[in-house]
Write a protein that binds this ligand. Structure first.
Ligand code: ZN
Length: 456
């Protein structure tokens, strides 16, 4: 390959292993100097930065394309389960498998994701955990190897204790039938087992879906968001963080949906409790009042837990997002038939980076905020908890990058959505910016290459 200026990355419509890439680089701290710089790769890692031009197998990017650290999404729902093949009981690969998940994530500018354990097999023992990690990351008889590496949460169920040393744990509270807690008090009792007070040397990472059982309104005739009021989320966050304060584990609040929850996280941070939180693109972009108008879809397709909140709640959350540690997607692929019948969760992976960049265009965050919430902070979490080297543009870190063009409009039809479920709530949306593609461990995937991979 020549190192001449490629006017359009999309002309490269096959995955392309690179020796390096040259362009305008923003690393989350500063733009690197001189204006264009070369990053060289070796064995899927960043080897060095230099000013060389004209090297073989170094892609020289157009001047309007920006190189950022690869996006990381610590909250996605994959559908592959170890030892379960298509058509067998418990199989959900008709709506996603790890390969289609990886394509969808790359489409949204993500280069690493963490999968949730609400699966038909419980991921509790080291054996389950290792089998699942192997399964979701490798080629199988019925599908190809995912193009991006995937991590996995281990599951907390009522009365459980941590059985895996180096795992991050997920508590689903009352949102996953097989591990639902009988009441909110039992949640706290189980969390005691995950604290340092129960004898572990390390402060364990626990992510919780925070909605109390006591605050649910059991009335199928009222709208979904009224069945699961905001107070359920607010009260659950307090129970969770109080448990973290008493038992000493790291408490990460999943998909924050109101500023009141952010305030509680801030309050406990100021008390010295180890805590953090995440937000989703849908909580910043759509609410139950505007959903039908802006998506053109029935509101039942926007059902999720915690539910979409009001217009006022959403605007307040947009203004408070800088107190939120990380950006995730809560990508939950279901077929349109399933969403029509009222299942919770929406596909989000394919449009994740584009929607968060919209926050930048609207002036709600800076590019630095975007890179920290999307790459650097989740990367440092993965480094501390799992020993992975991702999300930073530094020698020795994974050579994974997100390539964007600010101010270049983009959009997706459902037919272009790479999640197998094949739809997005944002088909009507014109994004203000473009994710040109990603580099994953030194291999470039342009948007056109990703489209071609789907059909292979
Ligand atoms: Zn989720």
């Amino acid at each position: 390959m020549s190192s001449s200026n490629n006017s359009n990355i999309n002309e490269i419509n096959e995955p392309l292993k690179l020796q390096g890439i040259r362009g305008i680089i923003y690393d989350g701290f500063k733009y690197l100097h001189p204006l264009k710089k070369t990053i060289l790769f070796q064995d899927g890692q960043i080897k060095e930065f230099n000013d060389d031009r004209g090297l073989e197998d170094v892609l020289d990017l157009p001047d309007d394309v920006l190189i950022l650290p690869g996006g990381i999404d610590l909250h996605v729902h994959g559908r592959d389960v170890f030892d379960i093949f298509p058509g067998e009981q418990g199989d959900q690969t008709y709506k996603e498998d790890s390969y289609t998940l990886s394509l969808a994530l790359a489409q949204g500018g993500t280069t690493h994701a963490m999968c949730m354990p609400n699966l038909c097999k419980k991921i509790i023992t080291l054996d389950d955990y290792q089998k699942q990690l192997f399964w979701i990351n490798n080629e199988l008889s019925h599908r190809k190897k995912p193009i991006i590496p995937l991590s996995m949460y281990a599951l907390i169920e009522p009365g459980s204790s941590p059985l895996i040393d180096n795992a991050m744990y997920k508590l689903l509270w009352n949102t996953f039938g097989p591990t639902n807690f009988p009441n909110d008090e039992e949640v706290k009792i189980t969390l005691m087992n995950y604290g340092r007070k129960s004898g572990s040397e390390k402060r364990r990472w626990v992510t919780a879906h925070c909605e109390t059982i006591a605050d649910m309104v059991k009335d199928k005739n009222i709208p979904h968001h009224m069945q699961r009021p905001k107070m359920a989320a607010i009260n659950a966050v307090r129970i969770f963080l109080e448990a973290a304060r008493e038992y000493d584990f790291h408490a990460h609040v999943a998909h924050i949906s109101s500023t009141e929850e952010v305030d509680i996280v801030m309050e406990y941070k100021s008390k010295g409790v180890s805590t953090s939180c995440e937000v989703t693109p849908q909580s910043l972009t759509i609410d139950y009042e505007i959903f039908e108008k802006v998506t053109g879809l029935p509101l039942v397709w926007g059902q999720q837990n915690p539910p979409l909140r009001s217009y006022t709640d959403r605007l307040a959350l947009i203004l408070k997002q800088n107190y939120i540690d990380i950006y995730v997607s809560d990508h939950a692929p279901h077929t349109t038939d399933e969403n029509e019948t009222g299942i919770s969760g929406m596909p989000q992976a394919s449009t994740e980076g584009q929607l968060y960049l919209e926050q930048l265009t609207q002036g709600n965050i800076t590019l630095q905020d975007f890179v920290w919430k999307r790459s650097i902070t989740p990367g440092s979490i993965l480094e501390k908890e799992l020993g992975l080297k991702k999300g930073k543009l530094e020698k020795g870190y994974e050579a994974s990058l997100t390539l964007i063009t600010l101010g270049k409009k983009s959009r997706f039809n459902n037919s272009e959505i790479l999640s197998r479920c094949g739809w997005t709530p944002y088909e009507n949306f014109n994004f203000s910016n473009t994710i040109e593609g990603v580099v994953v461990e030194g291999v470039l995937y342009s948007q056109s290459a990703l489209q071609k991979l789907r059909n292979k």
